[in-house]
Write a protein that binds this ligand. Structure first.
Ligand code: SF4
Length: 313
């Protein structure tokens, strides 16, 4: 059955400044040094990006021990624990830091709070690579909290509590958990509004607006490993839409479109814009060919490239 309907496209969507920078670093290193360029962990959590860079000569490894001594080791946008940097140094690797500056800012806060006697409550998913990296700054003074239930059980050992968060969680995502901490411990050092990643917040706000403007089905383009894309699915569901994570146009199921007049489309911060174009083409083929954009913010953020690529030795 052919459906007829409209598509609302979220803005902002797709790459954020941290992802743009990380990918550009790998591309420049490949140009400057040729293949292979080793990258510790997926540079950003998107399978298409990783495959494209592999085609250019990037080699992705799970651990720095898998990189030959003396080779370049790019650290992914998600950040690493200091112990990883130490291990890279001791193995004689040439480290190039593609860690997003906003993640580095959270690392600095975790260090500062821990060193001033606080217990750092790190709100995030314990298995996520970014959280593992942040916790690694001061593991003895950091506890990962995933839910209000975790907050209710926390033993502070009499220390004051300071809260830092995984960057792919918005203020809305962490509010309940932070409130539960405040209820238990009273005074807290809370994450400042400007600590929350602008890209996470904007992409979530845009999804809310899609639901508000009548999108009853919202397709979020992103890979399963992408925490921020999964959060966009959850935000859409919380705001009353049916929502689905798809990796590209092959994820459009015509049966799913049935009964929907307005379909929202967005893409996680690590999803290339080319995939959005392909998904829009796929939707048009099913009769969803009236396109409108819902813009909630304009982004003009960019981060400086590291010295290793702007002034190579
Ligand atoms: Fe940096 Fe935010 Fe992008 Fe993560 S989502 S890489 S914190 S700009």
């Amino acid at each position: 059955m052919v459906e007829i309907g409209q598509v609302l496209l979220a803005a902002p969507r797709s790459f954020c400044a941290g992802v743009d920078r990380a990918i550009e670093i790998v591309e420049i290193l490949l140009e400057q040094h040729g293949a292979p360029v080793y990258v510790r962990h997926q540079i950003v959590h998107n399978d298409h990006v990783v495959k494209r860079l592999e085609g250019l000569g990037a080699v992705f490894v799970d651990h720095e021990d898998d990189i030959p001594a003396g080779a370049i080791c790019v650290l992914s946008a998600h950040g690493v624990a200091p112990s990883v940097r130490t291990n890279c140094e001791s193995r004689g690797l040439r480290v190039v830091d593609a860690v997003c500056p906003l993640v580095s800012k959270v690392h600095a806060e975790a260090r500062r709070y821990a060193d001033s006697g606080h217990l750092v409550a790190l709100v995030g998913h314990p298995e996520h690579v970014e959280v593992i990296g942040t916790r690694g700054e001061r593991p003895e003074a950091t506890v990962v909290i995933e839910s209000p239930e975790d907050a209710a059980k926390l033993d502070s050992g009499g220390k004051p509590i300071a809260v830092v968060t995984q960057t792919t969680l918005s203020l809305d995502d962490v509010a309940e958990t932070v409130d539960a901490l405040a209820e238990r411990f009273g005074d807290l050092k809370r994450p400042a509004a400007d600590d929350i990643c602008y890209a996470t917040q904007n992409r979530q706000d845009a999804v809310k607006e899609l639901a508000k403007r009548g999108a009853t089905l919202i397709l979020v383009i992103g890979s399963e490993a992408s925490s921020n894309a999964i959060r966009l699915v959850e935000v859409a569901q919380r705001h009353g839409a049916t929502a689905l994570l798809i990796d590209g146009e092959s994820g459009i199921d015509p049966e799913l479109l049935e009964g929907h007049e307005t379909v929202g489309v967005t893409a996680g911060a690590s999803t290339p814009e080319e995939l959005v174009a392909l998904v829009l083409r796929g939707l048009a083929a099913f009769g969803f060919d009236e396109l409108g954009e819902v813009e909630v913010a304009r982004e003009n953020v960019s981060f400086r490239l590291p010295r290793e690529v702007t002034a190579p030795a």
